[in-house]
Design a protein around this ligand. Structure first.
Ligand code: ZN
Length: 421
């Protein structure tokens, strides 16, 4: 993998040059770059610095990682889970009912369309759909499901590659793709140029910086992300390209993924902009203070110290410890910890392959059976959202609820490692 880094010196949102760093994670890997034992140490590592723009308050990185064909081979997809497909259906149903009642021959373009799951939900309503997806594997899966998909990274020139009937779209949608874009302004301008000027909507789902900070989910600060928006900075960014945000409540919070923020925007002079009032971001006023970001950075550093203290305490006591959940959360959390090599292994229900190590921390990646064959005293659960399910699964191996610790509790310093029997 040949990787180029480009350093920026301007705000991605407003072009301003006064950027203040509030987070610093030294030498971080990619979230998915598990590595063979004999190659360990050669995997990509680079500092992740996160800044806030003093002018427009948009949080962002200032390095672009040109990942070459990294996404081309990217195979991960959430498409299979039931919660995910229910969410996708709900999003399509709500969007069409609210903004296109009785709409006919609607055209929906999704950028970063993955396996086509979201577009399929629109297709079920009779919409014409088109996906744009960098991964060739996912493109094939989508095509197999009957979702026409163009393979490639969407850039300003991609508008030219669209078939004639999609040069005017009713819906342009992105789910967890917008925060990967190195040039969000350029994308918004391109999206606006193809949206129906009267009734077109742009639907964007991103990680909500408010929720990331509230839950200290620093694992979401990764090389793949370029901007970290709140409702307020999202609305301001859209407005810079003449798009008005008219909705932050398309899907009720209870039905969304944990840190999801969804906004719906329309061209500022469109018929929809006249019919629906501008949506008011509920971002707390503290986000307007530069000192707030420094406090958050300090709080996250304390969270990492809590994790290290937990691992030190457990292992100093002679107990063994494993991690559970090899998603980005597990990988990035371990990468930020000094004590990660003290974990015996990182368990995943479906490990990528045998004999891989977690990038940077070098913890062995293993399947579920390891917890039976080589049992541990304590399990640090990174995929804490599935705690109940994990505890139920592992009860079969004799694990008791008090052997599990949720990442969130440990980050917050709420732990008292009891000796397990
Ligand atoms: Zn700015």
């Amino acid at each position: 993998m040949s990787i180029q880094i480009h350093q920026l010196s301007r705000c991605r949102a407003c072009g301003g040059s006064r950027l203040r760093r509030f987070l610093n994670f030294p030498q971080m890997p990619f979230t998915d770059d598990f590595i063979a034992r004999e190659k360990f140490g050669t995997e990509f590592r680079h500092d992740i610095h996160v800044f806030v723009c003093e002018e427009c308050l948009t949080a962002q990185t200032q390095h672009d990682v040109d990942v070459g064909d990294y996404y081309e081979d990217y195979q991960y997809s959430v498409g299979a889970s039931q919660t995910a497909s229910r969410f996708m259906r709900l999003l399509a149903t709500n969007l069409l009912a609210k903004y296109f009642p009785g709409g006919k021959n609607l055209k929906v373009l999704e950028v970063g369309s993955g396996d086509g799951g979201q577009l399929l939900a629109f297709k079920e309503h009779g919409c014409a759909v088109l996906g744009y997806e960098p991964s060739s594997t996912l493109t094939r899966v989508a095509e197999g499901q009957g979702v026409p998909t163009i393979q490639g990274l969407f850039g300003a020139e991609s508008v030219q590659r669209l078939p004639a009937e999609f040069k005017r779209a009713d819906v342009v949608m992105l789910s967890y793709t917008f925060d990967h874009l190195p040039q969000p302004r350029e994308f918004l301008a391109a999206a606006r140029s193809i949206l129906n000027p009267e009734t077109g909507v742009l639907v964007v789902e991103i990680h909500d910086l408010e929720k990331i900070l509230e839950r200290q989910e620093f694992c979401l600060f990764e090389h793949e992300h370029s901007i970290y928006l709140t409702a307020a900075t999202a609305a301001a960014l859209a407005a810079r390209e003449d798009l008005t945000v008219i909705d932050f409540d398309l899907v009720p919070e209870a039905d969304r993924r944990a840190n999801s923020l969804i906004f719906v925007a329309t061209p500022q002079n469109s018929a929809l902009a006249k019919r629906f009032p501008k949506a008011k971001p509920a971002t707390p006023a503290s986000f307007n203070e530069l000192s707030f970001y420094q406090e958050q950075g300090d709080k996250i550093q304390r969270g990492i110290q809590n994790l290290d203290a937990f691992v030190d305490q457990v292992t100093a006591d002679g107990q063994s410890l494993a991690g559970y959940g090899a998603g980005g959360r597990g990988v990035m959390t371990l990468a930020a910890m000094r004590s990660a090599p003290k974990l015996r292994y990182l368990v995943d229900k479906k490990p990528k392959r045998e004999n891989l190590l977690v990038p940077k921390s070098g913890v062995p990646l293993v399947g579920l059976a390891a917890l039976k064959e080589s049992p541990v005293n304590k399990i640090l659960v990174f995929s804490f959202g599935y705690m109940k399910e994990i505890q139920a699964d592992l009860a079969a191996f004799g694990y008791k609820p008090n052997q599990f610790h949720s990442l969130l509790d440990v980050l917050a310093g709420n732990f008292a490692p009891h000796r397990a029997k």
